[in-house]
Ligand binder design. Sequence first.
Ligand SMILES: C[S@@+](CC[C@H](N)C(=O)[O-])C[C@H]1O[C@@H](n2cnc3c(N)ncnc32)[C@H](O)[C@@H]1O
Length: 245
Amino acid sequence: MLPKSERKTPLPAEPGRERDPQAVREMFSEIAPRYDLLNRVLSAGVDQSWRRAAVREALAHGPRRVLDLACGTGDLTLLLKQSAPHAEVVGGDFAPPMLERARAKARRAGLEVRFQEADALNLGFPDGHFDAVTIAFGFRNFADYERALAELYRVLRPGGRLCILEFPPPPKSGLGVLYRFYFTRILPFVGGLISGNAAAYRYLPASVERFPDPQTLARMMQQAGFRVRHKLFTGGIAALHVGEK
Ligand SMILES: C[S@@+](CC[C@H](N)C(=O)[O-])C[C@H]1O[C@@H](n2cnc3c(N)ncnc32)[C@H](O)[C@@H]1O
């Protein structure tokens, strides 16, 4: 991580820079080398079972063209291709270092997936191009949710599916209290130790607390034109919203 004096943009964890696209892109580019390791350590591998549930929903109608947006290092993208080998699967993200890692993983796995730079607020794909779009833990970071939903609606064909996997604000239950403690105290410490970027792992809980609750996100998707249902995982720690155009 660059020392603060050499950084071009402040970290998005700093007040006033939340969801600033340039700050978010720079932060994800910096943590890309350690992102997979941290994901597995910090979630004890549970994140992969949530991703598999998203894949099942996305592939339910046998899509021919699928976009995994905010694909990061490509975990969900590769799962999609493994589960639907005949589908054309595209991974899009606006942080090039994430895409480089995703390409290397696809090569190692012998999977033919196209990874390309894509900004959720201005997608370079024609109208109705995809049968399904997935986003795992990326939507929360978008600078403008309404605009992103309008873009997602545009690039889906009528009847196409949008699957958003996210961390909603922690539930108020006992598990939620424990989880909040883990999220705000332990995770930034361990994340900082392994990635060398403690601020990025302070940004994570801050962005989750700010994120709309599952009902509100469902309403926002409905306002964008989708028919929506959602389910919660692991006591409400993760949520999967499925929208049909
Ligand atoms: C927490 S990572 C999730 C990566 C991956 N989907 C996963 O499940 O591990 C969030 C990703 O969203 C990307 N991202 C954030 N805002 C974006 C935007 N406006 N357009 C495209 N990608 C974006 C970041 O670059 C980062 O790779």
